[in-house]
Design a protein around this ligand. Structure first.
Ligand SMILES: [Zn+2]
Ligand SMILES: [Zn+2]
Ligand SMILES: [Zn+2]
Length: 209
């Protein structure tokens, strides 16, 4: 791929069309992916990298090691700014010191060592946001899977309860039927007995007669 073939996309922040797709990075923020140029990535992520050596920070601000810009959240290594700086040294980051400052400057001659470090920092920030987004998506998928398992368990319990109630009702219905048929058998027997007695009586009467 020709690194200086203009990107077909523009930066979602400043609108510039980078001279190469390599200089456009995907940043995931609150589950939304946006495409930013190298300069905009670093401008929006001040405080996560040293603006002098472009090393990304893994730890939080440590006063003995870091300096914070007096105008923005940018943090730099104390050793990169001024090795012998005093604790009350007022640090002004390059972006605040120069209104026309751009983190990333590259011309058609190629990418120099400094630009390469800046590009690597922006690419790493992009990768970190995407990794965090992927972890968030995986955790959300796991949470949804657990909710689905819980819902399925509840549905099975509800079906089992329904089956128990239905079986009980059927049992009660059949015992009532049995009671009914027993009752009718008794009634028929009584009727038969009554008829037989009547016949005997009639026969006796007839005999008597
Ligand atoms: Zn931009
Ligand atoms: Zn540094
Ligand atoms: Zn600043």
């Amino acid at each position: 791929m020709n690194p200086f073939h203009p990107s077909p996309e523009a930066c979602d922040c400043c609108g510039v069309t980078p001279t190469s797709p390599l200089f456009l990075h995907t940043i995931s923020y609150r589950a939304i992916n946006r495409r930013f140029c190298t300069n905009c990535v670093l401008k929006q992520q001040q405080g996560t990298f040293c603006p002098i050596c472009f090393e990304l920070f893994n730890d939080s601000f440590i006063p003995n090691i870091h300096l914070m810009c007096i105008r923005c959240p940018s943090i730099a290594h104390r050793s990169c700014v001024l090795p012998s700086s005093t604790p009350d040294f007022a640090f002004l980051c390059p972006a605040c010191a120069d209104p026309n400052f751009s983190y990333f400057k590259v011309d058609r001659r190629g990418i120099d060592f400094h630009a390469n470090k800046v590009l690597a920092a922006a690419a790493q920030i992009s990768a970190n946001t995407l990794t965090r987004a992927a972890v968030a998506i995986r955790l959300d998928a796991e949470r949804r899977a657990m909710v689905a398992v819980g819902a399925r368990k509840k549905a099975i319990e509800a079906l089992e309860l329904f089956a128990d109630v239905a079986a009980k009702e059927q049992e009660e219905g059949s015992s009532e039927q049995e009671d009914d048929s027993e009752q009718s058998q008794i009634s028929h027997s009584l009727l038969f007995l009554e008829r037989r007695q009547m016949f005997v009586c009639i026969k006796g009467f007839a005999v008597v007669l």
